[in-house]
Design a binder for this molecule. Structure first.
Ligand code: AMP
Length: 215
């Protein structure tokens, strides 16, 4: 399985990528998680990326392409992956094509998760995450059974800096301008599959699996 999950911030890419990867026995490569880890460890990459992330802007293509090239090279020979959060620009998609062509490992499909903007804002503003194991909750619709702590590891939950209202607006407009054009890009290449991202998490996973023809 080699697939890309596309969609606006808050659409559920991370959750679905995790579930799909687990189910198919492949890895999930989340560029957002990789960057957040680099920020936590205060590496040079993390320090550069943080400036952009805090504003809801995209980290420059050259940085992202280098990061993904390393990730894919480190995983050559594994049975596949779910790319979550990459590509986000046409330049990134072109670079990904080139990397995959060189490796003779074409993408199987690009799944676009679709959710209305009002619902995205609701999801992002109520989202809480575990800074340790990255598990995601929602204050209303998916609260932790342990209240303000992560169910899995007991760590205190936090609101991501970029889930604050002003940054959320900016991320959605960056998505519209820079990432949404990828829908036509992958449609033209015959890879795009649209999936409604509303409803129980399990139902959305089933829809994706069906679109992939893997049920
Ligand atoms: P995410 O967790 O995927 O929403 O990513 C969080 C933030 O990391 C984004 O708002 C961007 O600032 C940055 N980021 C993640 N992936 C990319 C990418 N492919 N290109 C540029 N910036 C990215």
């Amino acid at each position: 399985m080699r697939i890309v999950l596309l969609g606006a911030p808050g659409v559920g890419k991370g959750t679905q990528a995790q579930r799909l990867a687990q189910r198919a026995g492949v890895v999930r490569i989340s560029t957002g998680d990789l960057l957040r880890e680099a920020v936590r460890q205060q590496t040079p990459l993390g320090m550069e990326a943080k400036r952009y992330m805090d504003q809801g802007a995209l980290v420059p293509d050259s940085v992202m392409i280098g990061l993904v090239r390393e990730q894919l090279a480190a995983r050559r020979g594994v049975s596949g992956y779910v790319l979550d959060g990459f590509p986000r620009t046409i330049a990134q998609a072109d670079a990904l094509n080139q990397l995959l062509e060189e490796a003779r490992e074409p993408l199987e499909a690009v799944i676009n998760l679709e959710v209305k903007e009002e619902e995205l804002i609701r999801r992002l503003s109520g989202r809480r995450t575990c800074p340790k194991c990255q598990r995601v909750y929602h204050v209303d619709s998916a609260p932790s059974a342990k209240g303000l702590q992560c169910e899995a590891c007991g760590t205190g939950l936090v609101q991501r800096d970029d889930d604050r209202p002003d940054t959320v607006k900016n991320r959605l407009s960056v998505y519209r301008d820079q990432t949404r054009p990828l829908l036509d890009y992958y449609l033209e290449r015959g890879l795009l599959r649209g999936v409604e991202g509303v409803g129980p998490v399990e139902t959305v996973t089933e829809r994706i699996v069906q679109q992939l023809g893997r049920s």
